[in-house]
Ligand binder design. Structure first.
Ligand SMILES: *Cc1c(COP(=O)(O)O)cnc(C)c1O
Length: 394
């Protein structure tokens, strides 16, 4: 706040502060040098896995270096042939098609609607011939998991959930990340729990868990430090490559004291998001797509569409007017080289066009709303966005 009491433009890129409780544990680890997860039984990483599995109600959890690593290991753990075809939404972060390519599989992009969720007609049309489905709940928007699971279960196609941005989101009261065969989460700084980097996968499937644990780098008999599934491990030991994507103890020490804060962050994030959404929806030029019926969201950012006819030039002017009012709005398809615009994923080679997703990306706007923002700061952001639209279209 400025000295005269005026609210300054909030910095939405600062991460969540780390709870003080992390300090003494980090100090202990630094003094002992005990940073490797497999040096001692009951290491911070092992405790994080136990606590996270409990929190999610899952049988197994495996903490790794990033959500990308979790996605890669999940795909590998499905034991599919090289070149397997994996459906992914065409609106996601570049790390997702990258994880598929890394796993020697072929991503098949599925159209996404103006509500940022998988287009079920295109999904159903592309499902025959798919070996797996990776649903990226992009920016925490949940696709229709009832329809997706019904279609995939009928064909026995495994579903992986990329829940990197969905920690705390529920679908019919079920936690996102527990609906598919595997759920993957991120602890990168822009997610609800901030460890700089880090990821975790959860599953109830002992074979998938055993394969993922071994491939993550549980060499020799280090799998004995993971609970359960002795037989599965015996089966897979030395039969699978070791990709070494383990988490180290310092990361777990940063993450664990944040777990009890998740529920509060979710409540605050949802209330903050909804207050901004209500204000944006009052503008004739902006629209925030509503959540799906069964969905309880846990947002820490807001997405909205420019409503009605906007030229690219007007959209760009809106972006710069917002910026001069102190709020960085990113229009996914109009910011150079955006990693969430599928046409920038040149590493995939030529792809069929996805006109529906392309049109959405050209008018869809993205603003971070960290859960720590105060009501005054949220109000500042909403007013800046509405005024910027008014500047251009009013
Ligand atoms: C952040 C993010 C990822 C990648 O997570 P990392 O931990 O940085 O690898 C993947 N998918 C989505 C939807 C994300 O938001």
């Amino acid at each position: 706040m400025a000295p005269d009491g005026q609210i300054l433009a909030p910095n939405v890129y600062d991460a969540e502060p780390i709870p003080a409780a992390a300090r003494s544990e980090i100090e202990r680890l630094l003094s002992s040098g005990d940073l490797f997860r497999y040096t001692s039984e009951g290491s911070p990483v092992a405790m994080l896995e136990e606590e996270f599995a409990d929190l999610m109600g899952s049988r197994y959890a495996l903490a790794v270096a990033s959500c990308s690593a979790a996605l890669f290991l999940s795909l590998k753990a499905l034991d599919l042939p090289r070149g397997a075809r994996v459906l992914i939404p065409a609106f996601t972060f570049a790390a997702v098609p990258s994880a598929v390519v890394h796993a020697d599989m072929v991503p098949v992009l599925v159209e996404v609607g103006t509500n940022y969720r998988v287009d079920m007609a295109d999904f159903a049309a592309k499902l025959d011939g798919a070996d797996a489905v990776l649903i990226s709940h992009m920016r925490g928007h949940t696709s229709d998991m009832d329809a997706i699971m019904a279609l995939c279960d009928a064909r026995n196609i495994p579903v992986i959930e990329d829940a990197a941005h969905s920690l705390g989101t529920e679908w019919h009261g079920r936690k996102i990340g527990t609906i598919g065969r595997v759920g993957c989460f991120s602890f990168q700084s822009y997610k609800l729990v901030n460890a700089g980097e880090g990821g975790i996968l959860i599953t109830d499937d002992p074979e998938v868990a055993a394969r993922a644990v071994i491939m993550s780098g549980a060499y020799e008999s280090n799998w004995k430090k993971h609970p359960g599934m002795q037989n599965s491990y015996m089966l897979w030991q030395n039969k699978l490559p070791l990709y070494n994507m383990r988490m180290q103890n310092l990361s777990a020490a940063v993450i664990r004291p944040q777990l009890p804060e998740i529920a509060d962050r979710v409540t605050k994030g949802r209330a903050g998001h909804d207050s901004v959404a209500d204000r944006l929806n009052e503008s004739p030029w902006l629209v925030v797509p509503p959540p799906l019926g069964p969905e309880e969201r846990a947002p820490d950012s807001i997405q909205f569409n420019l409503k009605g006819d906007w030229t690219d030039a007007e959209a760009l002017r809106f972006q710069s007017r917002s910026k001069s009012r102190g709020v960085a709005v990113q229009i996914f398809g109009l910011s150079d080289g955006n990693a969430r615009a599928f046409w920038n994923w040149e590493f995939l080679g030529p792809q069929p066009d996805l006109p529906q997703t392309r049109a959405m990306l050209m008018r869809a706007c993205d603003v971070r709303l960290p859960t720590r923002l105060t009501p005054d700061e949220l109000h500042f952001i909403a007013e800046a966005i509405v005024s910027a639209a008014e500047d251009v279209k009013g």
